[in-house]
Design a protein around this ligand. Sequence first.
Ligand code: G1P
Length: 312
Amino acid sequence: MAQSRRSPRPAHTLFEQQFHMSNSVRKAVFPVGGLGTRFLPATKSMPKEMLPVVDKPLVQHAVEEARAAGIEEFIFVTGRGKTAIEDHFDRSFELHDLLEARGKNDAIKAISEWLPSAGSVAYTRQQEPLGLGHAVWCARNLVGDEPFAVVLADDLVMADPPCLSQMVDTYRETGGNLVAVMEVPAEHVSRYGVLDVASDMGSLVEAKGLVEKPLVESAPSNLAIIGRYILSPRIFGRLENAKKGAGGEIQLTDALAAMLGSTPFYGLRYDGVRYDCGDKVGFLHANVVFALSRPDMSDEVREIIRNIAETL
Ligand code: G1P
């Protein structure tokens, strides 16, 4: 679902404008500890975040989006069986030397060009799969006392400028807590965190309530959170000793809801299209669309799709 940005930002006093000028976001947290049961057997011995969209793992798409948004420190909250992610963001000398000996310069670029610089990546483990809120809380010491982004690699967004860049620009003006949102069909609201809208300014909305995975009948709206957040570090206080919520997990949405009233909460209708790569069909959809956007293969892929369509 494509969305477009429609409205001006809320007005701020001069003091607020000066204050918000310092709202820079330098760190991003990538919760990558999830089990990936929806993709078994593919994820039996491979992290779901390493599943490729065309030829790039989901987690690399996420890191590249963060880097484009000015993120300088990349914090992964991992779990058991996720070491392939650490290897992916490390240099691979054997492979590099082999490719060099064979004169494969394009392949060398493909394995090294996008690597974050030494010391800019940190890993911590979520020891138990207690939920997204708990995963974010596990990063508290690495984040410290500054605003930070959270990027869920499952949610792949095709956008220009990238989704997180749009959010960082907006956050400079809003501060508070900011999430990316999209309108979803009413029957799908129970898959998401959903906003109870206080004021709708077009591309930006302010929320007065938030519910994680509401029942279709009682959802406050169909405006759903997708996996992009810019959060105040005060969230860590709310996540400390947080109670289990929907699905028996410690939910980030519940901690955000608990901050309403003391920290403004905004949703940004970003300009772009989100693919749910935690879902098999969504993942296939992303692969087709991203392949079609690639000059090196779009003609061939278009031809294949045409042929398949003719047989349907
Ligand atoms: C998580 C969040 C939910 C959000 C969703 C976006 O849910 O808890 O609020 O709407 O990501 O993808 P999950 O998909 O991990 O169940």
